[in-house]
Write a protein that binds this ligand. Structure first.
Ligand SMILES: C[S@@+](CC[C@H](N)C(=O)[O-])C[C@H]1O[C@@H](n2cnc3c(N)ncnc32)[C@H](O)[C@@H]1O
Length: 273
């Protein structure tokens, strides 16, 4: 497996900058992903919960956590993303629910004590970015969780990414695609043109990883599946309130079906310690 580089991730997200705040609202497809991820925050986070959001980025989900009444510790490896998180928290008023910000690596959260959080939210792939150190990262999440605490995770999906980005995938050479598919690693050793390095999980692989690390799996869901490859054709549906609501509800249900777990760009897992 590709070797994790904390420096590469920090630089990538420092450069990614403001695009991270826009990412989940810029197209209807992304909005569906925002809806599905948010659904699980609403299902599992209670008002007053003490929550660590690791890999929080610019704060799209921090804002939602605060609106749900959580007391949030925000953490990220990228200084730039943390600064954006502070900026949006101040501008949009969700600073009231944030207790602190930490610049840290999910693989080494020694600044945080054992057993203190009701939930840890780790959305958008930190467990995909740490490659060969994912067991260490998950053990860190479990260490800071209270007994029976919940971890809400999402990782990048192999087949789901190919599903949504099929035309660009087919521009890559057969040999490089075969290597990416064999290892799940999108990295320079497998594809010289890779400017985004991450491990792409299969759903079964994610389940095994969570089981080996002795978590109890409560939910596995794709994000998303039905609309993943629809691109601009979704714009018309987005303008029709009834059709859009129908689609969101169907997406939620379909994405939870075992047969669909590999069909979105991300796989969400909710686990209990
Ligand atoms: C794709 S963004 C997701 C942001 C937000 N959680 C979301 O889902 O919209 C990934 C974030 O995780 C952070 N990240 C990646 N690897 C990390 C690591 N090893 N430790 C801490 N944060 C990490 C990045 O800096 C970035 O802000």
């Amino acid at each position: 497996m590709h070797e994790y580089s904390s420096q590469w991730v920090a630089n990538y997200f420092d450069d990614y900058s403001e695009k991270e705040w826009e990412r989940l609202v810029k197209t209807p497809t992304e909005e569906v992903k925002l809806f599905i991820h948010t659904h699980y925050l609403k299902e599992y986070i209670r008002s007053g919960d003490y929550v660590l959001e690791i890999g929080a980025g610019a704060g799209r989900f921090t804002q939602i956590l605060v609106e749900l009444g959580a007391r949030v510790i925000v953490a990220d490896i990228s200084e730039k993303q943390l600064n954006l998180n502070k900026k949006y928290a101040e501008e949009l008023g969700f600073i009231k629910g944030i207790e602190d910000w930490f610049q840290l690596d999910i693989c080494d959260m020694k600044q945080l004590e054992n057993h203190q959080f009701d939930s840890v939210v780790c959305y958008g792939g930190p467990l995909s970015y740490v490659f060969d150190r994912r067991d260490i990262a998950l053990q860190e999440i479990l260490r800071v969780l209270k007994c029976k605490g919940k971890a809400l995770l999402s990782v990048m999906s192999l087949w789901g990414s190919i599903h949504e980005f099929l035309p660009s995938t087919l521009k890559v050479t057969s040999e490089d695609n075969a290597n990416i598919i064999k290892t799940g690693d999108l990295c320079p050793e497998n594809f010289h043109g890779a400017n985004h390095h991450c491990h792409l999980f299969r759903a079964q692989e994610l389940v095994k990883f969570l089981e080996i690390n002795q978590t109890q799996i409560l939910t596995i869901s794709a994000s998303n599946c039905l609309s993943a490859a629809w691109g601009e054709r979704l714009l018309e549906i987005r303008q029709d309130t009834t059709k859009w609501q129908d689609l969101l509800l169907m997406e939620l249900e379909a994405s939870r079906e075992q047969g669909c777990s590999d069909m979105g760009t991300h796989i969400i897992a909710i686990v209990e310690k």
